[in-house]
Design a protein around this ligand. Structure first.
Ligand SMILES: C[S@@+](CC[C@H](N)C(=O)[O-])C[C@H]1O[C@@H](n2cnc3c(N)ncnc32)[C@H](O)[C@@H]1O
Length: 407
């Protein structure tokens, strides 16, 4: 097995152990904002939330060494960043439910290290994908050699066998498919009594050649139509899109057949809504995915100024959460790098959209905001205060309750 090693690996692993003087967080089925260092908070949650969290989304400091961010993003070395993230991911893994999924945002700086570390913690067999997110509409030239437009989201399952297909969309219902299909070999198809809806007056249609210039087919039996349906079985001969077996299967799954006139052209209407597999390419062009610019506008709309740097757009987090909870609308979602509270916002909005009852737990430390930032000037002394304010504003608007805890 390929593995990642660095100087203090085993010491950093040991930080995930030890539950001394940790305050227990009791399970109350409520939305929760926790004001604490996430290492301590994750340990506290491990008492009662072990194997209980359905989705974890995190957006840790990327180690960009950028001094312009409102939160600290400078670890002197890659090894120090790994020391920081390793015990937290071990604890996160313990919190995930059997069919749980974790999404981790990351950029070029620590991607390679994080991937190897996660392969070790979650198991490389549980790797689902590396999502590519278009982070900007316009390229940024912060990097001297190339304009970086993307970030990544690593996605792992606790147990890949137990996770359903990731999906954020359904196939369109009511799409019509003509049953005639020129290139297939000619065969007989049987249409059972009452299975075809006719847009024709009741009466008898005689067996006859129903070919036109482009389509060859014939009706082999007389068809009596009553109340818009065939009262007996009938057969047609031609080139068909589906075999008899597959057609029967579609019909028993709820599809419908219709004929709009003479010559008969049978259409199949697939009315079963199916989940469509999600793509790992999250861009404006492919799926209207919002960017950092959009997130900034959301922040300004809410606070009246740019209260936080590098908040993720709500639409991105909503998409990720939805992709694994579309059939589990009472899922518990955890984010232990809460920032401005985007994940809580996403959970509340998603619930509103699909009548869900998902719950959130967000953890954010009391990281101090430097005096030079507008947020400080407007009275926010810590990042937690920004998160708490944002969640209150959205929760009030959407009539959602939540509890705040300081550890
Ligand atoms: C990249 S930001 C998250 C932004 C968030 N996704 C959003 O959309 O607003 C990372 C956050 O993690 C917080 N953080 C860093 N270390 C932490 C720790 N040990 N415990 C709790 N929070 C921490 C930082 O204060 C910062 O707010």
């Amino acid at each position: 097995m390929v593995s990642l090693n660095w100087e203090n690996k085993s010491k950093s692993k040991s930080l995930a152990d030890g539950f001394k003087n940790i305050k227990k967080i009791s399970k109350k089925d409520e939305n929760l904002l926790i004001n604490a260092d996430n290492l301590e908070a994750l340990k506290s949650l491990s008492y009662e939330y072990k194997s209980s969290v359905d989705v974890i989304y995190i957006d840790p400091p990327y180690n960009t060494k950028n001094h312009k961010f409102l939160y600290d993003d400078k670890f002197k070395t890659h090894a120090l960043w790994l020391d920081f993230i390793y015990p937290r991911l071990i604890l996160a893994c313990g919190l995930l439910s059997e069919d749980g999924v974790i999404f981790i945002s990351i950029d070029d700086n620590e991607l390679a290290h994080l991937k190897l570390l996660c392969d070790e913690i979650f198991g490389d067999e549980n790797f689902i994908s590396q999502f590519i997110w278009q982070k900007k509409n316009k390229p940024s030239f912060m990097h001297k050699k190339v304009a970086r437009m993307s970030e990544y989201i690593l996605c792992y399952a606790k147990d890949i066998e137990k996770v359903p297909m990731l999906s954020v969309e359904n196939s369109k219902p009511d799409k019509k498919y003509p049953l005639n299909f020129k290139n297939n070999p000619k065969k007989e198809l049987l249409f059972k009594a009452g299975h075809v809806e006719f847009n024709l007056a009741d009466g008898l249609i005689k067996a006859s050649d129903m070919s036109t210039k482009t389509i060859e087919c014939s009706l082999l039996d007389d068809v009596e139509i009553k109340n818009g349906k065939n009262i007996a079985d009938f057969r047609m001969y031609g080139s068909w899109r589906y075999t008899q077996e597959y057609l029967d299967e579609l019909l028993s799954d709820g599809a419908k057949l219709s004929v709009w006139g003479v010559p008969f052209r049978v259409n199949l209407v697939k009315n079963k809504i199916k989940s469509k597999m999600m793509s790992n390419f999250l861009t404006k062009a492919t799926c209207h995915m919002p960017t950092y610019e959009d997130a900034n506008s959301q922040m300004i709309e809410l606070f009246g100024f740019e209260a936080f740097t590098k908040a993720k757009p709500v639409g991105l987090i909503k998409t990720l959460i939805k992709s694994v909870t579309y059939n589990k609308k009472d899922a518990l979602v955890l984010d232990f790098f809460g920032g401005s509270g985007t994940t809580a916002d996403a959970v509340m909005e998603l619930n509103k959209e699909d009548d869900g009852n998902r719950k959130f737990i967000l953890i954010q430390s009391s990281e101090k905001i430097d005096k030079k930032y507008e947020s400080f000037k407007r009275g926010y002394k810590t990042v937690y205060e920004i998160m708490s304010k944002r969640v209150s504003l959205i929760a009030r608007k959407l009539k959602v309750n939540f509890t705040e805890r300081k550890l």
